[in-house]
Design a protein around this ligand. Structure first.
Ligand code: VGL
Ligand code: ZN
Length: 218
C-alpha cells in the first residue's frame, strides 16, 4: 500500500538508544538493525521527533531497586503490573545516548520520558499510570501534525504503547514494522499485533513510503 508522506506527517523515532542496542544493558535482539532503515526513510519526512528513555538512578522499573527481585520478573504497583528491567537508560549515562549512527536531520523535538522515579513510561504520550501526560499530544496538535509514523525500539513495549496512545489522542497512527525490533517475551509480539488490530493502528513497511512533493528539499 503506497503512502505519500506529507507536511502533516511526523516520524516518531522511539528509544533508539545504546542500552537497547547490542552491548547495551537491555539489548533488543537485532536492535541495531533499525538504524539503517530509519536513516533511509528519515529524509522523506519534513518533521521528526525522537523519544529518549531517561530514568533517574534507582528508578522503580529497575529490578535492582527491589531487593530479592530479578530482571524480567513482575511486581504489582498501584498502576498495575510492572515488569522489572535491568538498569537501563540512566540519565546522562552512555546507555541513554542515541545510537551513534542514528542520523535524522529533521528532528525538531527530543522528548524524554520515564524520568519520574516511581512511574514507568513506555508511551511517548502518557506514563504508565495512564494519567500523567507527556505533552506530546499538545505539541503535535499545535504544530498541525496529523499522522504519526512510529519506528524504533522496542516494538512490543514503547513502540506499541506510543502507536496505540497516539491513535487514541486523535492521530492516524502507522507502525513501520521493518523499522522496529521486539524484546519478545511471553507472547508480547502477538499481543502487540492484536492491540494494533483492535485499535486501528496501521502496520506498514518502509518500502510503502513515497516522497511527497513538499519533502523535496533544494
Ligand atoms: C522500553 C522497557 C523499558 C522500550 C523502555 O523502549 O521499549 N522497554 N524501558
Ligand atoms: Zn525504560
Amino acid at each position: 500500500m503506497p503512502i505519500t508522506v506529507t507536511d502533516r506527517d511526523v516520524l516518531l523515532v522511539v528509544d533508539v538508544q545504546n542500552d537497547f542496542c547490542s552491548g547495551g544493558t537491555l539489548a533488543v535482539p537485532r536492535g541495531d538493525e533499525v538504524v539503517d532503515v530509519i536513516n533511509r526513510i528519515a529524509p522523506l519526512f519534513r518533521h521528526a521527533v525522537l523519544t529518549q528513555d531517561w530514568h533517574p538512578k534507582g528508578h522503580h522499573s529497575f529490578a535492582s531497586s527491589h531487593p530479592g527481585k530479578a530482571a524480567f520478573e513482575t511486581i504489582q504497583t498501584p498502576e498495575g503490573e510492572q515488569t522489572l528491567w535491568p538498569d537501563h537508560c540512566v540519565q546522562h549515562s552512555f546507555g541513554a545516548l542515541f545510537h551513534p549512527k542514528l542520523d535524522v536531520t529533521s528532528v525538531e523535538l527530543i522528548l524524554r520520558k520515564g524520568f519520574r522515579p516511581a512511574i514507568d513510561s513506555y508511551s511517548a504520550f502518557q506514563e504508565n499510570d495512564r494519567e500523567t501526560r507527556t505533552g506530546l499530544t499538545g505539541y503535535l496538535k499545535e504544530r498541525g501534525l496529523e499522522r504519526i509514523f512510529v519506528a524504533g525500539l522496542a516494538y512490543d513495549y514503547c513502540v506499541r504503547f506510543s502507536a496505540v496512545d497516539g491513535k487514541h489522542a486523535g492521530f492516524e497512527s502507522f507502525v513501520i514494522e521493518d523499522a522496529c525490533r521486539a524484546i519478545n517475551r511471553d507472547g508480547s509480539v502477538e499481543a502487540t499485533r492484536r492491540d494494533f488490530d483492535t485499535n486501528g493502528v496501521h502496520t506498514i513497511h518502509s518500502g510503502d513510503l513515497r516522497a511527497g512533493v513538499s519533502q523535496l528539499r533544494l
